[in-house]
Design a protein around this ligand. Structure first.
Ligand code: CP3
Length: 346
């Protein structure tokens, strides 16, 4: 078993000085890789997430190919809901689809709890990975209560989250009851992963950027705080898309590392985080290459990587990543190149 204390990702997450700028990519496992498409052929997404050996292999594929500094467990944000008993599916090209969306108090009360034993296939996959990942930290993850609530209330992906916001503002008590249950499910799912040995976790609140800071603080922050408080033994990364206005509040929820999308330059993010909490240590950030830049050719990619590394120096630590997930049509060789550019000294 390797010693992970010097792993660049974990050193940077603690605000130390890593031997090289750590880099991994959200959605590094998945459709950009031909070996993934080959392995997944004929297996439904959710079946793949609950097959420990398939999870092991898919998680390892980008690590072998790209020399990334972190492995992210192959799973999905709806996996804990599925194994708890919610009737849902992941539809290719669409995303999660819920058979019976949540509309009223009865639906909220019927939402099952997650029993740790139900997540055994995920714990087993982590056990297999820890034997194979030689010094590369394994990142566990879960969807944050708001983003899960959006899928459950809308019934699937949503552009405007109108039903979700209608419930939030129309029946705040029911909204808080729903998010409280989801925080328990998410917390239980993250604890299974930490107990099984993941060395960091990321909480994905992908769609939180749809909210004003005021609504985020009132309707979401207390519940994400509860989740992040339940896993304090490993570094916690907290990420959402379009969250430039929410970064200080998302840090307050309990993030050791604040994920930043490509819309906010990292030095601007650091300035906002410092201004909001001058007494806290300088923040650690993760991000924030625009995933579309992987289509723009090498000279443009090189310029952007250099700019982001430079801006990242304003933080106490910088974990290089995309500003959102790898797009399915990305040329995997460009991902490998991006990793080389990040690791290049200077
Ligand atoms: O990052 C990784 O490499 C780990 C894998 C990962 C997946 N989903 C695998 C996946 C992670 C971290 C997620 C999280 C996830 N799932 C989020 C949060 C991250 C984000 O992108 O904001 C969200 C919002 C989801 C919900 C979801 N699941 C979507 C939007 C989709 C894509 C639908 C589509 O087909 O375009 C999924 C399915 C999914 N999850 C796929 C993968 C590889 C595609 C399934 C396939 O290969 O057919």
């Amino acid at each position: 078993m390797s010693d992970y204390t010097d792993a660049p990702l974990l050193v940077a997450a603690r605000g130390g000085t890593p031997s090289r700028t750590p880099v991994w990519f959200m959605r590094q496992a998945g459709r950009s890789l031909p070996e993934y498409r080959k392995l997944r052929a004929g297996t439904a997404m959710l079946d793949a997430c609950l097959d420990p050996d398939m999870v092991r292999e898919i998680t390892m594929q980008p690590v072998r190919r790209h020399d990334v500094d972190g492995a992210i467990l192959f799973s999905d944000i709806v996996v804990p809901l599925k194994i708890a008993g919610v009737d849902l599916d992941i539809v290719p090209g669409t995303g999660p689809v819920i058979a019976k969306p949540i509309a009223d108090r009865r639906d909220v009360e019927a939402l099952p709890a997650l029993l740790p034993g139900q997540a055994q296939p995920v714990a087993d996959a982590i056990g297999l990975l820890l034997k194979e990942l030689d010094g590369v930290p394994l990142i566990g993850f879960a969807g944050a209560p708001f983003t899960l609530a959006s899928y459950l209330v809308e019934g699937g992906p949503s552009k405007n989250h109108e039903r979700t916001k209608a419930l939030m503002h129309g029946d705040p008590e029911l909204w808080h009851a729903l998010l409280d249950r989801l925080a328990d499910i998410t917390g239980a799912f993250l604890r299974v992963q930490v107990d099984a040995g993941v060395q960091a976790v990321q909480l994905f609140d992908s769609w939180a950027g749809a909210l004003s800071e005021r609504d985020y603080r009132e309707f979401v922050l207390p519940h994400s705080t509860k989740v992040l408080r339940s896993v304090t033994t490993v570094p916690r990364i907290h990420f959402g898309v379009g969250t430039g206005e929410l970064l200080p509040a998302m840090r307050e929820a309990g993030a050791d590392v604040v994920g930043v999308d490509w819309r906010t330059p990292l030095d601007v993010a650091v300035r906002r985080l410092r201004a909001a909490a001058p007494d806290l240590p300088l923040p650690v950030v993760q991000g924030n290459l625009d995933p579309a830049l992987l289509f723009a050719g090498l000279p443009a990619l090189e310029r952007e990587v250099e700019r982001i590394k430079h801006e990242g120096r304003a933080a106490a630590g910088h974990i290089f990543n995309l500003g959102h997930g790898v797009l399915p049509d990305t040329d995997p060789d460009m991902i490998t190149k991006a990793v080389e550019l990040v690791h290049r000294a200077g």
